[in-house]
Design a binder for this molecule. Structure first.
Ligand code: CRA
Length: 740
C-alpha cells in the first residue's frame, strides 16, 4: 500500500528543490502536480501499509532486500457514500498507466496448476513427476523504492498474469480455437483483483490461485538469481533469507521443497535441512479463527504435488513430535498441519511455524498471546523460535512527506536533519518543551495542518468546522473489534448531554470535531451498519442549531494513504480503542504520535509499548486490560453497564437517528449478555478518558507540552528500528552499500 510515489521519491533522492524549480520553469507547481497522482492501494490496511514502510526502511538502511507481490489490475475498492451507505467502486488505478513501474518482458516464468502426479522411474529410482493441466505466464513489473540519503534503491517486483503460449499450441492440436481464447482471459484474471477482506480469506479458489501464482513466480526468480552466482544449494541459506509476512505466502514452503526435490533432485532430507534455515515468519493476527486454512480438496485439485509434499512434511513432523511428547493425541492433533474435521484443511500458520527458524509477533502483547494462547503448544516445543519485533512506520512518509511544516520545525529545533534517518534523535525535543517560542511555533504548525484538514472536510462533506475545536480522529478499517461503535456511542452521549444543558453550561464545553473514516469489507454487514449509523448521527448533530460548533461529526470517505497524509497531521486527538487483546499491533497510532497528536487508547497492541516510552500521564488510557477481558466475557449478562450506555442504545433502538429497523441488529451486537467486544463495560472509563481529554485541551500549554512529548517519544516506532531488529536478529544480514 504505497500510496503516491512522487513526493516520497524526490525527497528520498534529495532533489526536492531542483525538481520543484524545473517544474516551475515548465509552468507547474510541485504541490499541485503531486496531488494529481493516484494511490497505489494494493493491499487492505495495516499490514499492507506496514510492508510499504518496511520497504522504505530497507532501502534507507542499505539492506539488500527485495519485496514481492501481485500487480493487481484493481486495487482496494474505492468507497463512495450514498445516503450514508457504503458503496464499492472498482479502483482501476492503471487507467492512465503507472509511470513508476518498469515492465520486464524478459523476466517471465511459467506457473502451473492442476493436473496429476505420476511416479516414474529415473535411473532406477522412483520419482514423482507433476503433469500440470494449465500453465500461466507471470511477467515481472519492477517498482524501484529509493532509500533516503543513500544511493541504495531496492525493488518491489510485482507479478502480472499473462496467458501462456502453450494455449495456442493446444488449440492448434485440438482445434478448439474459441475455448482457448476464453481460457486466455481466465488466466489473466488471476492478478485482476485484490480480495478486500482484511482478516479472513477462507477457502476461495481464486485466492489460492493468486497465492500460488505469486509464490511460484517469486521463488523461480529467487532461485534463478541465486544460481547466477552459485552452483551449490548448500549455500542457499547463506545467500537467501525468505520472510513470510503472514501466512499468505506460506505455500512457498511446499513450492521450494518441490523445486529442490523434484527439479533439482537434492533428496528430501537435504532439501528439508536447507529449507529449515531460510524461512522466518511473522504472524499479524491475534485470534485463532483469523488464521488461514486451506481445504485439502481445493489444494489437492489445484496443486496435487504440493498436497503430497505437505502431507510428507506433516508426517515427518508428527513422527518427530511423538518422540518428544509421546502419544498425547489431543496435542498432536492441535499441532498437526492438517486439520481433520468436516472440512479437512491445511493450517497455514502451523506449516509456517514448523518450517521457519523464527516466529515473530508484532508487539509485546501480541507475542505474549502467541506464546500463551494461540501457539502455546509450539512455544512449549520450541521456545527459542519465538521473538517479537514491534512494528514501526517510516518518518520519511509520515512526517517529511505529509507534514512539511513540522519537518522544518523539527530540523530547526533539533539543529539537524539527521532525525530523518535516525528517529531516536526526536527525544531531543524534550529539551525544548519549556521554551515558549518553541511551543508557540509548534502550535502554529498544528493550526496550519488543521486548516488544511478543515478545507478538505468542507470540500468533501460541506460541513464547516471551527479551528478552535478539538479535532478528534478515528481512521482505520471498520471492524467491530476496533470499536468505531464505541466512539459513535460516545458522540451520541455528548450530544445528549449538550441538549440537556443550559446555555451557561454549554459555554464551558470544549468544542469537538469528530472525524471518522475507514472502509468496511463489502460482505461485512455489521461494519456497513456502523458506517450508516455514523452518517445518521452526523446528519442529526450537524444540523442542530442548538449545538452549532460545539459538536460536529464528519465521515471522511475513501480513507487511503493520501487521505491519511492529510488527516493525521491535522489531528489533536486520535482514538485507538480496540478491545484489549484484539489489535495485534496497530500502526496508525505511531503515525499520529509522530505528528504530535495525543492518543486516547486502550492498553492493546503497540500502545502498551507507546506507554513505556511516553508515560501514562501523556495519553488518555481507559478500558479493560488484556488479562481482564476473558473474565469480563465470562460474566457476560451479569456485567454492570453504565446507565448512559443503556440510554444511548435506547436512543438508537427507538429511531432517534432514523432507520429504526435497520439499526436493531447492530444494537443487538452490544446488548448486555451479547456484547463480545465489551463496549458496555468499557463505556464508563471511555467517557472518563474523554472528559480528561477535554480538561487537558482547555489548558493549551499543557496540551502542547503533551503534544511535543508525544512526538519526542515516537522514535522507537520508526520502521528503521523494526527493520534493524529483523536484519540483526531474524535474517542475520548486514547493510550493503551501493558501490557507485
Ligand atoms: N489487520 C493487524 O490487525 C497490525 C498489522 C500489521 C494486521 C494490525 O494490528 O498492525 O496487521 N493484521 O502488523 C493482519 O493484516 C493478516 O493480519 C492488520 O493490518
Amino acid at each position: 500500500m504505497i500510496g503516491r510515489s512522487l513526493s516520497n521519491s524526490v525527497i528520498n533522492l534529495g532533489i526536492q528543490d531542483q525538481y520543484a524549480e524545473a517544474l516551475n520553469q515548465l509552468g507547474f507547481e510541485f504541490e499541485v502536480l503531486a496531488e494529481q497522482e493516484g494511490d497505489a492501494s494494493l493491499g487492505n490496511g495495516g499490514l499492507a501499509r506496514f510492508s510499504a514502510c518496511q520497504m522504505d526502511s530497507l532501502a534507507t538502511l542499505d539492506y539488500p532486500a527485495w519485496g514481492y507481490g501481485l500487480r493487481y489490475e484493481y486495487g482496494l475498492f474505492r468507497q463512495i457514500i450514498v445516503d450514508g451507505f457504503q458503496h464499492e467502486q472498482p479502483d482501476y488505478w492503471l487507467n492512465f498507466g503507472n509511470p513508476w513501474e518498469i515492465e520486464r518482458i524478459h523476466v517471465t516464468y511459467e506457473v502451473k496448476f492442476n493436473g496429476t502426479v505420476e511416479e516414474v522411474d529415473m535411473n532406477g529410482e522412483k520419482v514423482k513427476v507433476w503433469i500440470p493441466g494449465e500453465t500461466v505466464e507471470a511477467v515481472a513489473y519492477d517498482n524501484p523504492i529509493p532509500g533516503y540519503g543513500t544511493k541504495n534503491t531496492i525493488n518491489l517486483r510485482l507479478w502480472a498474469a499473462k496467458p501462456s503460449n502453450q494455449f495456442d499450441l493446444e488449440a492448434y492440436n485440438t482445434g478448439d480455437y474459441i475455448n482457448s481464447i476464453v481460457n486466455r482471459q481466465n488466466t489473466e484474471a488471476i492478478s485482476n483483483v485484490l480480495y478486500p477482506d482484511d482478516r479472513s480469506h477462507q477457502g476461495k479458489e481464486m485466492r489460492l490461485k493468486q497465492q500460488y501464482f505469486f509464490v511460484s513466480a517469486s521463488l523461480q526468480d529467487i532461485i534463478r538469481r541465486f544460481k547466477e552466482a552459485h552452483n551449490n544449494f548448500d549455500e542457499l541459506p547463506e545467500q537467501v533469507a525468505l520472510h513470510l509476512n503472514d501466512t499468505h505466502p506460506s505455500l512457498s514452503i511446499a513450492e521450494i521443497m518441490r523445486i529442490l526435490v523434484d527439479e533439482e533432485h537434492l533428496g528430501w532430507s537435504k532439501a528439508w535441512n536447507i529449507v529449515n534455515k531460510i524461512f522466518s515468519f511473522t504472524t499479524h493476527t491475534v485470534v485463532a479463527e483469523g488464521l488461514e486454512k486451506i481445504p485439502v480438496d481445493l489444494l489437492g485439485s489445484l496443486l496435487p504435488r504440493h498436497l503430497q509434499i505437505l502431507y510428507e512434511i506433516n508426517s515427518n513432523f508428527m513422527e518427530e513430535l511423538k518422540k518428544k511428547i509421546g502419544l498425547d493425541y489431543n496435542r498432536l492433533s492441535r499441532m498437526s498441519i492438517i486439520e481433520e474435521g468436516a472440512v479437512k484443511s491445511i493450517r497455514m500458520a502451523n506449516l509456517s511455524i514448523v518450517c521457519s527458524h523464527t516466529v515473530n509477533g508484532v508487539s509485546k502483547v501480541h507475542s505474549n498471546t502467541l506464546k500463551t494462547k494461540t501457539f502455546k503448544d509450539f512455544y512449549e516445543l520450541w521456545p527459542e523460535k519465538f521473538q517479537y519485533t514491534t512494528n514501526g512506520v517510516t518518518q520519511r512518509r509520515w512526517i517529511v512527506v505529509s507534514n512539511p511544516s513540522l519537518c522544518a520545525l523539527l530540523s530547526k529545533w533539533l539543529g539537524t536533519e539527521a532525525w530523518i534517518r535516525n528517529a531516536d534523535l526526536l527525544t531531543g525535543l524534550r529539551d525544548h518543551v519549556d521554551n515558549t517560542s518553541f511551543r508557540h511555533e509548534w502550535k502554529m504548525v498544528k493550526r496550519l495542518n488543521k486548516m488544511r484538514l478543515a478545507e478538505y472536510i468542507e470540500t468533501m462533506s460541506g460541513v464547516k468546522v471551527s479551528l478552535d475545536a478539538m479535532f478528534d480522529v478515528q481512521v482505520k478499517r471498520i471492524h467491530e473489534y476496533k470499536r468505531q461503535l464505541l466512539n459513535i456511542f460516545g458522540i451520541i452521549h455528548r450530544y445528549d448531554c449538550l441538549k440537556n444543558m443550559d446555555k451557561n453550561d454549554r459555554r464551558k464545553v470544549v468544542p469537538r470535531v469528530c472525524i471518522i473514516g475507514g472502509k468496511a469489507a463489502p460482505g461485512y454487514e455489521i461494519a456497513k451498519k456502523i458506517i450508516k449509523l455514523c452518517h445518521a448521527v452526523a446528519e442529526k448533530v450537524n444540523n442542530d442549531a442548538d449545538i452549532g460548533d460545539l459538536l460536529k461529526l464528519v465521515f471522511i470517505p475513501d480513507y487511503n494513504v493520501s487521505v491519511a497524509e492529510l488527516v493525521i497531521p491535522g489531528a489533536d486527538l486520535s482514538q485507538h480503542i480496540s478491545t484489549a487483546g484484539h489489535e495485534a499491533s496497530g500502526t496508525g497510532s505511531m503515525k499520529f504520535l509522530m505528528n504530535g497528536c495525543l492518543l486516547l487508547a486502550t492498553a492493546d497492541g503497540s500502545t502498551v509499548e507507546i506507554i513505556e516510552e511516553l508515560g501514562s500521564d501523556n495519553l488518555f488510557l481507559f478500558g479493560a486490560k488484556v488479562e481482564e477481558v476473558a473474565e469480563l466475557r465470562e460474566k457476560g449478562g451479569a456485567l454492570k453497564v453504565p446507565l448512559q450506555f443503556a440510554r444511548v442504545l435506547r436512543m438508537v433502538r427507538d429511531g432517534y437517528f432514523g432507520d429504526k429497523d435497520y439499526f436493531q441488529s447492530l444494537c443487538d451486537t452490544v446488548e448486555v449478555g451479547n456484547d463480545f467486544y465489551l463496549l458496555g463495560s468499557d463505556f464508563g472509563s471511555y467517557l472518563e478518558a474523554q472528559a480528561a481529554a477535554d480538561k487537558a485541551f482547555v489548558e493549551p500549554d499543557k496540551w502542547i507540552k503533551m503534544s511535543i512529548l508525544s512526538a519526542a517519544a515516537s522514535g522507537r516506532f520508526s520502521s528503521d528500528r523494526t527493520i534493524r531488529e529483523y536484519a540483526e536478529r531474524t535474517w542475520k544480514i548486514d547493510p550493503c552499500q551501493c558501490p557507485f
